[in-house]
Design a protein around this ligand. Structure first.
Ligand SMILES: [Zn+2]
Length: 367
């Protein structure tokens, strides 16, 4: 049982939450303003739909790398995640995705639950790679469906302006995959068309996509004008706080991802991002030419960054937990409710993480 200011689906209560066999069994308390007392905050565990690595390991390594990544992020309050692949040659990517299917079957002790795979490329624009290796290809239906057979692919990032990709977007959407637009030079019209074909989200909004100009609103303009959901990396390096505020006003269910690399949770130094070599220095991860190459962000730091911008804690929590769960259609995660998974984080009054529970398992007691 945990006691404190609990963020429920109906707002804050001061009281207790009980759980058994991995599920929340009881919620008791009274409606209370959490700012009117000194009790800790109890929030739903964080759900990160864009994770490349952590703890020195990269998802593209295959093997048991995903376990290390899941454990590293659980140390920072992430209770479930999508293992996110990099653009890579077909055979390599197929092997990695097949391996992730095995990893998704179990949950490593002390680790976050892997909900499935986010395929970031290879169906992206070779002119907007960001930190992705130069292995972008045009999507072919049979190949795409092969990936779906290999592992639970929950999200695919795709560039809609490439010839043939609108049909692929329709196909993926019809199969329940969330299609996100990203690594794209597409125009506003390309993006609007893709949304009409079933695309639902935008990958790391603002980064690696055509920017907003008031006479050429680009992919960013389409997201601000039409999107219900979009990812954002709030490490305060990838996106200016003003742009974060604008996006929060425009996109109702803007949600937080880390886009974290193997360097997350590690000291400054040289790391791997897919096949790329990257350098971590002063919180940033960059290619040799200075391009930002993923982040070292963790979800608990993302929460503190958004709170530091003056965004209310309950709103921040929704963007770290409830909205990504809703986006994937998961009704028993991302919220504290009877019957839901006991995925919980406890924060002290300074918003430092003091405990994390994944499906009822206590990950670590910091305090
Ligand atoms: Zn990424």
């Amino acid at each position: 049982m945990l006691k404190g200011n609990i963020l429920t689906t109906d707002g804050w209560i001061n009281g207790s939450v009980r759980f058994e066999n991995g599920r929340v069994t009881a919620l008791e308390g009274h409606i209370a303003d959490p700012l009117a007392n000194d009790a800790p905050y109890i929030l739903p565990g964080f759900i990160d739909l864009h994770v490349h690595g952590g703890g020195g390991r990269d998802i593209m390594e295959g093997g048991d790398a995903a376990d290390t990544v899941a454990r590293q992020h659980a140390q920072h309050g992430t209770t479930s995640l999508l293992a996110t692949t990099m653009t890579a040659p077909r055979d390599e990517l197929m092997a990695v995705v097949a391996g992730l299917c095995e990893q998704a079957r179990h949950r490593a002790a002390g680790g976050a639950r892997m909900l499935g795979v986010h395929l970031e490329g290879p169906y992206i624009n070779p002119g907007k790679l960001g930190a992705q290796p130069d292995a972008a290809t045009v999507a072919v239906r049979d190949e795409v469906l092969k990936y779906l057979d290999l592992a639970p692919i929950r999200v695919v990032t795709i560039a809609p302006e490439i010839s043939g990709h609108l049909d692929i977007i329709s196909e993926l959407a019809a199969r329940g995959v969330r299609v996100q637009l990203g690594h794209s030079l597409g125009t506003y019209d390309d993006a609007v068309n893709a949304l009409k074909h079933g695309a639902r989200g935008f990958t790391h909004l603002f980064n690696a996509m055509s920017p907003l100009h008031h006479r050429d609103p680009g992919m960013v303009g389409a997201a601000l004008a039409h999107a219900e959901y979009a990812e954002l990396i709030p490490d305060l390096l990838h996106v200016h706080p003003g742009a974060i505020r604008a996006a929060i006003r425009a996109i109702p269910r803007l949600y937080v991802v880390t886009d974290s690399t193997s360097a997350a949770g590690m000291p400054d130094g040289e790391y791997r991002l897919g096949s790329q070599h990257v350098t971590k220095c002063m919180g940033g991860v960059r290619l040799a030419d200075g391009t930002l190459a993923g982040s070292t962000l963790t979800m608990d730091q993302a929460l503190r960054n958004l709170v530091s911008l003056g965004i209310p804690l309950a709103d921040v929590s929704n963007r770290l937990s409830r909205f990504p769960a809703d986006y994937l259609g998961l009704e028993d995660r991302g919220r504290i409710a009877r019957g839901a998974w006991a995925d919980l984080v406890v924060l002290d009054r300074e918003h430092a993480l003091t405990a994390t529970y994944v499906e009822g398992e206590s990950i670590v007691e910091y305090a």
